[in-house]
Design a protein around this ligand. Structure first.
Ligand SMILES: [Zn+2]
Length: 824
């Protein structure tokens, strides 16, 4: 999605408001209950479709969910794995994990549900065809059809048109998929394998494109289009839909997508893409009352009565009436709305009773082969006429079922604890889309039932069988880790199942620059806490010879003179079990629940034949990248620089100073230290600036000694041929001779945010282009200044170095060596 740049500057890596308990059991006010009671009489569904987290029109979604009270969802083709991370150094699937949780946090605000296809966000794409080919068109079409058949939307609304006006190949591809899924979902001959999982063909009434006005040159709205005003104020919630949208979008912190809340009239525009035309409203001609269900009319009256009698101070008085509604809905013929409304009525009974149901542990982890205490609590806080039949834990092999059979007195805690055994074959808590090896452009998920879901089920759940007005209903709640942080207060986090041993390589990437011997260690953790550390061995790798370990340390040397990468996995023996070790990776940010996932404990060895000149490097950390670790592997001493250290006297000691990605975007103080940095260059230093995005398109001297403009230009084809425009330039020759093969094996893209217009003082060393596009020359620009050198590069070293791409190491060494060999 295109955004106004100024918004990005406002989002720094720190300083957001803590939302302490995104995972805490939800409790609602009577006002929210009143809204939900009204929603019981609305039987309509809207599915919004686009490509990425933050593409969604949060205001329209909030309006559909909270004003029109439709069941509303957003299907994002990807999890946003390929974007840039504004809050940390996670990239790729890790960024996708963060954005998945940010999306769920956003949906908790705007009231919609969330779906994803298996498409991987592989980075910026310039064409629809490339996006669809990389994702696998049939695969993601199948996913969209599956979500449509399950969710049964009356109307699909796309954010984008299927052409280049969408601004990104993923965007236009999402529109193509929406259009084709509209036809395929209704066609019994398309994806018939889905029918064995309980879905049927589904005919969506229409597909609309929610056209947009993103300012000059990007206004696709016009007054002759169908339009609706979504700017209303919801008195029950005390917010306008623009305000709800703004709060929803603050959750997209990893991309700084916050908006200024809109108040007042706000029009949304629509163009028909497929299906029945509509003239005044997206849901025109859709029956959204109980009349759409056979025998459902009488329920509408019952709900109206409940709404009329609703007591703000005593919502529990609605419980008997809700139990009657529950009974009446149960007696309807089976179908989509019966299932959906039973769920809604059931949760309303809990809401109106102030019913507190929780199952918690005092540990964040359940370890295979170990035991774990679970404490269950029930409290009927408003003394509604409820009783509990029994409480049971889901896991059939190690679970429990506790018969209680009693009336629940008002505001009394019914609590008990049980120890459960975590069986050795209990699956690890791995995000389901990462459980299998992925394809380059998509995830692989073999269980059809999981596809589309935002995340997997909780490791353990507890089922509470509650009886209200003679109606028995089961409430399922996840077993969660609960604790009280002295600063943040009471917190609920997911419970993660771990193996008995986890391990990781330190460092995770060993770089051999000249055939020498290098050491590495394994850091291991015995998660059971009782059996001592296991014995580890390494799977052999032919290109690296590894000596016998001394404790958990190994010495390795390359046994091949080729330039390449090799890997070794770790095998452990523990309590008679021999297994390939996995590494636990935890991602923890205050605005989302803790994320855990596993990957193989795998060491990477890069045989790169890298020569270096210079030794000491000052690094100005930007928005977060792993370049400093890579520089240390190259043999440099790396000193992280803070504002007060950026003085000419202090900087003099460094052979080069490197600014991390987007350093100028996240540190205002760099503007004030510009003169000091330029003095450093003038005196013979070498300042290397990786990509920034500030002030796009404006020529300035905010970064370099001579004016240049950071542009939106990029080359996304990671195989794009790289041309050497100045073949005898030192950066291509000293100390390493750079050749075409140094651009082999790059991942995701060549570069982003290239230098656009440049002062004549800049040399353009490389050129490259995406298929069918003109040559870009701004990926690496170099200007001699005084006795030193200034370099700006949009080449994605921050991706290629941690990925172990040998040529990226060799080129980086040459950039660092530039002031050691002037002559250009
Ligand atoms: Zn997007």
């Amino acid at each position: 999605m295109k955004r106004v740049f100024a918004l990005l500057l406002a989002a720094g890596p720190i300083g957001w408001v803590l939302t302490a308990s995104a995972q805490a059991p939800e409790t609602v006010t009577s006002a929210e209950i009143y809204l939900r009671l009204n929603k019981l009489n609305v039987l309509g569904t809207v599915l919004y479709m686009a490509a990425h987290p933050d593409d969604e029109n949060s205001r329209l979604i909030a309006y559909m969910a909270k004003d029109r009270l439709y069941r509303t969802a957003y299907l994002s083709m990807t999890r946003g794995d390929g974007g840039q991370n504004l809050i940390g150094d996670e990239q790729g699937v890790e960024l996708g994990l963060i954005r998945t949780q940010e999306m769920l946090a956003a949906r908790r605000v705007d009231g919609a549900e969330q779906f994803f296809s298996r498409a991987f966000d592989f980075g910026f794409s310039k064409s629809t065809d490339e996006a669809l080919a990389t994702w696998g068109k049939e695969k993601v079409l199948s996913d969209a059809v599956w979500v449509i058949r399950k969710f049964q939307p009356d109307v699909i609304i796309t954010r984008f048109p299927p052409d280049s006006r969408a601004g990104h190949g993923h965007h236009s591809a999402s529109a193509v998929i929406a259009r084709e899924a509209f036809t395929a979902a209704a066609d019994p001959s398309r994806f018939p394998e889905q029918f064995k999982y309980g879905v049927k063909p589904w005919q969506v009434k229409r597909v609309l494109w929610n056209s947009f006005n993103f300012g000059a040159g990007a206004n696709t709205t016009s007054e002759d289009q169908m339009k609706i005003d979504v700017g209303g104020f919801n008195a029950i919630l005390g917010k306008s839909y623009g305000e709800l949208a703004a709060i929803s979008r603050t959750n997209h912190k990893s991309q700084g997508a916050a908006l200024t809340p809109a108040r007042g009239q706000s029009m949304e525009y629509f163009t028909l893409v497929a299906g029945d035309p509509a003239h005044s409203d997206p849901m025109e001609g859709v029956e959204t009352s109980w009349r759409r269900v056979e025998g459902g009319e009488k329920i509408e009256g019952m709900v109206k009565q409940l709404i009329g009698d609703f007591s703000l101070a005593h919502p529990e008085r609605s419980v008997p009436g809700l139990a009657e509604v529950y009974k009446a809905v149960s007696q309807l013929p089976d179908g989509y709305w019966k299932t959906q409304k039973l769920k809604e009525v059931k949760e309303l009974i809990a809401d109106c009773s102030g019913l507190w149901l929780e199952a918690v542990t005092r540990s964040a982890y359940a370890v295979q082969g170990d035991s774990l205490g679970v404490t269950v609590t029930i409290n009927n806080r408003l003394n509604a006429p409820l009783s509990v039949a029994d409480v049971s834990l889901s896991d059939v092999r190690t679970g429990f079922s506790v018969p209680l059979q009693q009336q629940l007195e008002g505001d009394k805690n019914y609590s008990f604890s049980r120890n459960i055994y975590i069986s050795l074959d209990k699956p690890l808590t791995q995000p389901y889309w990462l459980a299998q090896e992925m394809s380059p452009g998509s995830f692989n998920v073999s269980d059809q039932r999981l596809i589309g879901n935002p995340q997997g089920d909780a490791a353990y759940t507890v089922a509470f069988r509650i009886v209200a007005g003679g109606q028995e209903m089961v409430f399922t709640r996840p077993v969660q880790y609960k604790y009280t942080d002295p600063v943040k207060g009471e917190l609920y986090q997911p419970l993660t199942v771990l193996p008995p041993v986890t391990a990781q390589f330190d460092p995770s990437l060993v770089l051999f620059t000249d055939g020498e011997e290098k050491g590495f260690r394994v850091e291991a953790a015995d998660r059971t806490g009782h059996s001592g550390l296991p014995k580890f061995s390494l799977t052999p790798t032919p290109d690296v010879s590894v000596g016998p370990p001394s404790g958990l340390s190994w010495l390795a040397r390359p046994s091949s003179s080729k330039t390449e990468t090799a890997t070794a996995d770790l095998v452990f023996d523990h309590s008679g079990r021999r297994d390939t070790a996995v590494q636990l990776i935890t991602i923890d940010y205050p605005h989302i629940p803790r994320i855990d996932y596993f990957r193989l404990a795998r060491g990477k060895f890069v045989l790169a034949n890298v020569k270096t000149a210079g030794h000491r490097i000052g690094y100005i950390e930007g928005a977060g990248d792993k370049v400093p670790d890579a520089l240390q592997q190259m043999g440099y001493e790396v000193v992280m620089l803070k504002e007060r250290e950026c003085t000419p006297a202090y900087l003099k000691q460094f052979d080069a100073i490197i600014a991390g990605v987007r350093a100028y975007d996240v540190h205002d103080w760099l503007a004030e230290r510009h003169e000091a940095l330029m003095d450093y260059v003038k005196d013979g230093g070498n300042l290397i600036v990786q990509y920034n995005r500030g002030n796009l398109g404006k020529m300035s001297t905010a970064i370099g000694p001579y004016p240049f403009a950071v542009s939106n230009l990029r080359v996304t084809d990671e195989h794009a041929k790289v041309n050497f425009l100045i073949p005898d330039h030192p950066v291509l020759n000293y100390p390493n001779k750079i050749t075409d093969s140094d651009f082999d094996g790059w991942i995701q893209e060549r570069g982003i945010y290239f230098a656009g217009q440049t002062d004549p003082a800049y040399q353009h060393v490389l050129s490259m282009n995406d298929p069918g596009e003109s040559e870009q020359k701004g990926s690496l620009v170099i200007a001699p200044f005084g006795k030193g050198v200034f370099v700006y590069t949009g080449l994605v070293f921050f991706r290629e170095l941690p990925a172990g791409v040998p040529g990226a190491y060799r080129l980086m060494a040459n950039i660092i060596a530039l002031n050691h060999k002037r002559g250009f």
